[in-house]
Every structure is written in structure tokens, then in C-alpha cells.
Design a protein around this ligand. Structure first.
Ligand code: SF4
Length: 454
């Protein structure tokens, strides 16, 4: 049976899809890259915002026609939306045959078998306190970056967040299995590794913590670039900052979700830090890693957010000067604490206006910070041809800023040394200095130019 798997949502879902491919391949299902001709269509879904749900319902409508015409035999919904809506999902969308939550992927071959052989729908939403899938070798698509989930679930219960309900309790993988997988990934030719967790600071294996893990992955694999996402500001390990500063293959980039700038809102969100504590952390990060790239997530219009609360978020964004920010309207999720305890009382148009104001501010800050890069040199990892101009390359700096530049004789996965010659809000423009750059060389000690240059 040919299976087509579509992935929606975050990097954790991308990683889970690699696990799902491995589990199905092991049981002789054929994974195809094109939806035409696939008898089984699986959607690996997200539940973080209402529009993520709407997108899947729309996709299921399309599949209804294909199933009626006999082009598709089985439709499955997997992941966070499956776990969140459970049987209601199949009641709302009868086209769905299989509903499996994030801890049920090992049972997928049996579930698909029961639909194919007995024509019975199959549902599984059991969350596990132990499942880490560390015994499954993900089937990765070729590329530059590989992911490893170092932990699953979350115990933080931020009041707006559905993750603790869709992905269950926190559990960490053993460090040996992570380091072995990182070495395998490197041997397969990946140049960048991203360690994933809903809250990586909570990673624990006895006394061994996330900073220990980052140090050991940096030292025991020769992976040129290692990133991680996401840490929680409430318990960011200061030790980690020094580990990052001391290891050139740990990227100088931190995604630090602020969510709101008002202490009242932060408390209602159960974020358990104050704005001042966030500022103190940012100052320490910048002191320890001076050229760090800092990004964030912000929610506008959370329950009870007043104009004065929003102004505090606005001022916080001005004060910190993030390199970029993901700014969202609050989207109430069923089952969360906020859904049960608070009213979603900020009018839609106010949420929209706040998002627009904050986006405008952030665009100006991003542009200013990017312009400050003009004249500087960076080592970039080449990712792909530029979308706007396929004759140019898109690479990323250590700080995760995109740089577009022209060069011959390059391919994705190569490192190049570039000088920044111009800057926009989202992207830097570069000029090639050296196209066979060793990422471990000290940034300022640029050796004689070799290979093709502009
Ligand atoms: S830390 Fe908070 S926002 Fe992040 S996954 Fe856990 S509950 Fe959700």
C-alpha cells in the first residue's frame, strides 16, 4: 500500500513524521512523495491555533471527494489535533478512518491494517509517560538540517497552551541515545542539528541536564552547527550560556519566548517569570554571548489583556530589540486552563490592531538590527537556491539570519564566507568572500581566498 504523509505545524511534527515513515517502512508500507496514486493519506497535524484546525478540516473536505471516487482508500489524522479532538474528529469528518495521537505511532501499522482488512475505523489516544521513540531510527529526507527530539511532552501548563494535553507528561531521552543518533546524522552528511523539546531546559537524566547534553553533543560529534528550540525563560540554565560561548559549533542563537510584557498577563498565563526577570536574563545572555541572535514569540490579546498591558509588551519589544519575533493573536484552545477559567474577552479587531502595531514595530527593529550587519563578515551554511532569484543562494549565519548571495560551484550543505553588503527586514544581502570555508575557523582570521570568488 502506498502512503502519502503530509506534515503541518512545528519542527517537532516534522521530526514525528520522520518517525512515522520509519515505523511504516518497517512494516512494508511504501512511502510516496506525491499524493497522486497514494491509497493511504495521513495528515500529521497541529492544534496550537484554531486556524491550524480549520486548515485540516478544509483538507479533509478535499479528501472526501477523492475517497468517494475510490482514489484514496484510507484517511488518517495523526498528531496534536487528533489527540485534542479524539473521537469528535471522526464524528465531524466521517471521511477519517484512523485517529492517532502523538504517543500512538508504533500502533499505526495495526490500526491501518484493521481499516484495510476489517473495514473498521481505528482510534488510539493513549498518552504514555515513557514513550520517547528512542528505539526508532527516523527516516529523514535528505537536506542540510536534521532534528532530534531530546524529550517529549510538557509539564508547565501555561494556561493558553494545549501541548500538555496533546503531548502528555515530560519525559527525556537517555543522553547516550541522543549522542549516538547525532553521530549517525553527521555520518549521513547533515551539517546542522537542531535539538527539540517543548521546553528543553526541563531535559533531565538523573543529575545530567540540558547544558551537559549540549556540551557532550558539541564535543562528541563533529557536527558543524548545533541549535536548539525552545527554552523557557523561567528556568534558563545560566551554565548553558557558558557552554554555548565556549563551543564554536553551538550556534549563537536563542529563541526565548516572551509571550507578554505585562506581569499581570504573565501571571495569568502561568509563565512564572516577571518582565524584570526576563530583562535580567536577556542582559546576561548578551553579556555572555555578545553577538547572539535573539528571537521570540508573543501573544496579543490574551484573556483580560488591557491597553495598558499591551503597552508594556510594546515597550518590552522596544527595550529588548529582538532580531525577529513570531507575533500571534490569542487563539483560545479547548481543554486549556484559560479555556476553563478565563473569558476570551479581547475583541477580534483589538487583537488584530495590536498584532499589526507590534509587527510594525518589530519590522523596524529587525531592519535596524539587520542594517547594523552591513560591512560585517559571516560564515553561512548554504540551504537552498533563493526563492526570489534561483540564480542566487540562501544561506544562514550562525545567528540564523538568512543571507542571499551569488556564487558558482556551491551546493546546499556547503559553508561560505560572505560580507554583508545590504539588508532588508527579513534577509541580508551578501557578497562571497570564500566558498570553501571551514566553519570551525575563528571568525576574524579569514585565510587567503581560495576557490571561485566574485
Ligand atoms: S512551556 Fe508552556 S507554551 Fe511551551 S509547550 Fe509547555 S505549556 Fe506550552
Amino acid at each position: 500500500m502506498k502512503v502519502y504523509l503530509e506534515t503541518y505545524g512545528c519542527q517537532m511534527n516534522e521530526y514525528d513524521s520522520e518517525l512515522i515513515r520509519a515505523i511504516l517502512k518497517e512494516k512494508n508500507f511504501t512511502l510516496v512523495d506525491n499524493r497522486d496514486g497514494a491509497e493511504i493519506v495521513l495528515l500529521n497535524t497541529c492544534a496550537i491555533r484554531e486556524n491550524a484546525h480549520q486548515k485540516i478540516f478544509h483538507r479533509l473536505d478535499e479528501l472526501k471527494g477523492q475517497k468517494r471516487r475510490g482514489e484514496v482508500k484510507v484517511v488518517g489524522v495523526l498528531g496534536c489535533m487528533a489527540q485534542n479532538l479524539r473521537k469528535n474528529l471522526a464524528e465531524h469528518a466521517p471521511v477519517v478512518d484512523v485517529v492517532a495521537g502523538p504517543d500512538s505511532y508504533k500502533r499505526l501499522p495495526i490500526m491501518l491494517g484493521s481499516v484495510l482488512e476489517k473495514n473498521e475505523k481505528s482510534f488510539d489516544f493513549r498518552l504514555s509517560e515513557f514513550e520517547t521513540y528512542s528505539d526508532i531510527a527516523p527516516r529523514r529526507l535528505p537536506g542540510v538540517n536534521a532534528w532530534i527530539a531530546i524529550m517529549r511532552g510538557c509539564d508547565n501548563f501555561c494556561t493558553f497552551c494545549v501541548v500538555p494535553y496533546t503531548r502528555g507528561r515530560e519525559r527525556s531521552r537517555a543522553p547516550e541515545s541522543i549522542i549516538a543518533e547525532a553521530s549517525r546524522i553527521r555520518a549521513e552528511g547533515f551539517q546542522q542539528l537542531t535539538l527539540l523539546g517543548q521546553n528543553v531546559n526541563s531535559y533531565r537524566h538523573g543529575d545530567y541536564d540540558f547544558a551537559d547534553l549540549m556540551r557532550d553533543v558539541a564535543q562528541q560529534t563533529d557536527m558543524p552547527r548545533i541549535r536548539f528550540t525552545s527554552p523557557h525563560p523561567k528556568d534558563f540554565p545560566r551554565k548553558l550560556l557558558h557552554v554555548i560561548a565556549e563551543h564554536p559549533n553551538l550556534c549563537n542563537q536563542i529563541h526565548l519566548p516572551l509571550q507578554a510584557g505585562s506581569d499581570t498577563v504573565l501571571e495569568r498565563m502561568n509563565r512564572t517569570y516577571t518582565l524584570q526577570e526576563f530583562y535580567d536574563l536577556v542582559d546576561e545572555i548578551r553579556e555572555t554571548i555578545p553577538d547572539v541572535g535573539l528571537t521570540t514569540d508573543i501573544i496579543c490579546g490574551f484573556s483580560g489583556e488591557t491597553d495598558a498591558d499591551f503597552e508594556k509588551t510594546y515597550q518590552a519589544v522596544e527595550r529588548v530589540g529582538f532580531d525577529s519575533a513570531f507575533i500571534f493573536k490569542y487563539s483560545e484552545r479547548q481543554n486549556t486552563i484559560a479555556y476553563r477559567k478565563f473569558e476570551d474577552d479581547v475583541p477580534e479587531e483589538v487583537k488584530t490592531e495590536r498584532v499589526m502595531r507590534l509587527n510594525e514595530l518589530q519590522r523596524n527593529i529587525s531592519l535596524e538590527r539587520n542594517r547594523a550587519e552591513i560591512g560585517r563578515e559571516h560564515t553561512v551554511l548554504v540551504e537552498s537556491p533563493s526563492k526570489k532569484n534561483p540564480d542566487q543562494w540562501l544561506g544562514r549565519t550562525d545567528q540564523n539570519k538568512g543571507v542571499v548571495f551569488s556564487a558558482q560551484h556551491l551546493k546546499p550543505g556547503d559553508f561560505a564566507r560572505v560580507k554583508i553588503i545590504d539588508a532588508g527586514t527579513n534577509t541580508l544581502m551578501g557578497e562571497l568572500l570564500q566558498d570553501d570555508h571551514n566553519p570551525f575557523q575563528i571568525v576574524d582570521a579569514v585565510p587567503a581566498v581560495s576557490g571561485s570568488t566574485l
